[in-house]
Design a protein around this ligand. Structure first.
Ligand SMILES: Cc1cc2nc3c(=O)[nH]c(=O)nc-3n(C[C@H](O)[C@H](O)[C@H](O)COP(=O)(O)OP(=O)(O)OC[C@H]3O[C@@H](n4cnc5c(N)ncnc54)[C@H](O)[C@@H]3O)c2cc1C
Length: 422
């Protein structure tokens, strides 16, 4: 948390306290604001975002089956890219089209929709919170904003209480000189060299491709790597090579990059205690709401936004402490429900050699389409779980057993600061 200059006299903002202040207008915070606006109309909320725009600079994608019927409603109205003819995957020994519909939302569209739908006086972009507490938020210029409830949606904070590895990626959007010819996303093309995002080592690597229009294609080079490191220039060359090999020529019109945690275990209570502020609710990736293996948060952010808005609509007098406890209970439930994916992360990072990790995914993608859907949605059944683990494993039994009981590598290394690549 940032420090407030104690010699500065706090500037108290006039008026009665806000019903809710949401700190962090990224995916989680922006969706909570939208859900409050739509489902708790009397609620005077304020969304405080440090950046100039809401949602940062990247795109979020998800399978349509990740969201239930009610939760899909919250995403209605955003200008999305959508594909209803399934998606492709490619591995050295497997190529397949799976039937699930896919969706993608660019942060520019997220920002535009929120700015258009939320009342202007409920959104404060370009405003950084220095300190949060149960009674409100103090901004970096010393202004004090009082609130009956505060929700902390600032970014995920690496913690030595958690263990695992990293998902490292860089994507570029090309405007091609001619139609690229793709009609479906390629969610994983792992037929590429299994090399790390830096140096000469190995890592699980795949390329992710989204045909955004007949002439625009987004190509992302992705790695499951042991270290939170990326050689951005090298990845740009690999992306350009991939585009070139597929005959896609043109200019780069947009880029994104990320280094996200892949969680394989740890002490969740201790990790939450590092970021928790008494009486302040925690949401988003910071509050533990992510898929341990894919690092995706969108389905959980949508669920949480609706649950928080419904609670406040039902009980307008719910206190900040009760709201914090409500989010904490949901986070603990989410942690328990995702134990299986953390075990798979351990298998991936600890039992399989980096150059053999591709076989773990190849085995997975050969399974039934509905099982793959449930996996991405974080809703694998017990038969699914058994099925994923059966078959010829790419790891020795000894290493698998050691990985099962290992405490893993701490996730406390701060990822390199990511600039949006030019
Ligand atoms: C490049 C990239 C691509 C991704 N793609 C996907 C995807 O396709 N699907 C998916 O489900 N997930 C994806 N993720 C993972 C995850 O969903 C995102 O990281 C998601 O944005 C996390 O949401 P969040 O709200 O928890 O955090 P963020 O979106 O990071 O939002 C946190 C916000 O808090 C703001 N903030 C920080 N400090 C302060 C402060 N002191 N005061 C006020 N504001 C502050 C930040 O500016 C930021 O806007 C991606 C992540 C990245 C980085």
């Amino acid at each position: 948390m940032g420090m407030v200059d104690s010699t500065q006299t706090p500037k108290i903002s006039a008026g009665r306290p806000h019903d809710v202040i949401i700190v962090g207008g990224g995916l989680a915070g922006g969706l909570i604001a939208l859900a409050l606006h739509r489902h708790a109309p009397g609620c005077r909320f304020l969304l405080v975002e440090a950046g100039r725009s809401l949602g940062g600079h990247h795109r979020w994608s998800w399978f349509e089956t990740d969201l239930g019927a009610q939760t899909q409603g919250l995403m209605a109205g955003f200008a999305l890219n959508g594909w209803d003819d399934g998606y492709d995957i490619a591995f050295p020994g497997l190529g397949r089209t799976l039937p699930t519909s896919y969706r993608s939302l660019a942060s520019a569209e997220f920002h535009a929709k929120l700015i258009a739908e939320l009342p202007a006086d409920r959104v404060l972009p370009g405003t950084k919170a220095a300190a949060l507490d149960a009674g409100g938020v103090t901004l970096t210029d010393g202004t004090r904003l009082a609130a009956r409830r505060v929700i902390d949606c600032r970014p995920f904070k690496p913690s030595k209480a958690l263990s695992g590895g990293w998902q490292v990626f860089l994507g570029q959007q090309f405007r091609c000189d001619a139609p690229h010819g793709l009609t479906r996303p390629v969610i994983m093309d792992a037929s590429v060299d299994q090399i790390a995002p830096y140096g000469n080592g190995a890592a699980y690597r795949f390329v992710y491709v989204l045909p955004l229009s007949p002439t625009e294609v987004f190509v992302e080079d992705t790695y499951y790597a042991d270290e939170p490191r990326m050689d951005g220039e090298l990845l740009k060359v690999r992306v350009a090579d991939y585009a070139h090999r597929n005959g896609w020529h043109g200019e780069v019109v947009d880029s994104e990059a990320g280094i996200l945690p892949v969680i394989s275990g740890g002490d969740f209570k201790a990790a939450l205690a590092e970021v928790a502020i008494p009486g302040v609710a925690l949401a988003g990736a910071r509050g533990g709401f992510s898929h341990p293996l894919t690092s995706y948060t969108l389905p959980f952010a949508v669920d949480n936004a609706l649950a928080i808005a419904n609670l406040i609509a039902r009980r307008p007098d719910v206190s900040g402490t009760e709201l914090a406890a409500f989010c904490h209970r949901r986070a603990k439930r989410h942690w328990r429900a995702t134990a299986y994916y953390r075990m798979l992360s351990r298998m991936l990072f600890e039992a399989a050699e980096p150059d053999k990790r591709v076989v773990v995914f190849e085995h997975f993608y050969a399974l039934q389409g509905a099982l793959v859907e449930r996996f991405y949605a974080g809703r694998s059944t017990w038969p699914d779980r058994l099925r994923i683990l059966t078959g010829k494993p790419p790891v020795t039994i000894g290493r698998a057993v050691r990985a099962l009981f290992s405490s893993g590598k701490p996730l406390d290394t701060k990822p390199l600061k990511m600039e949006t690549p030019a």
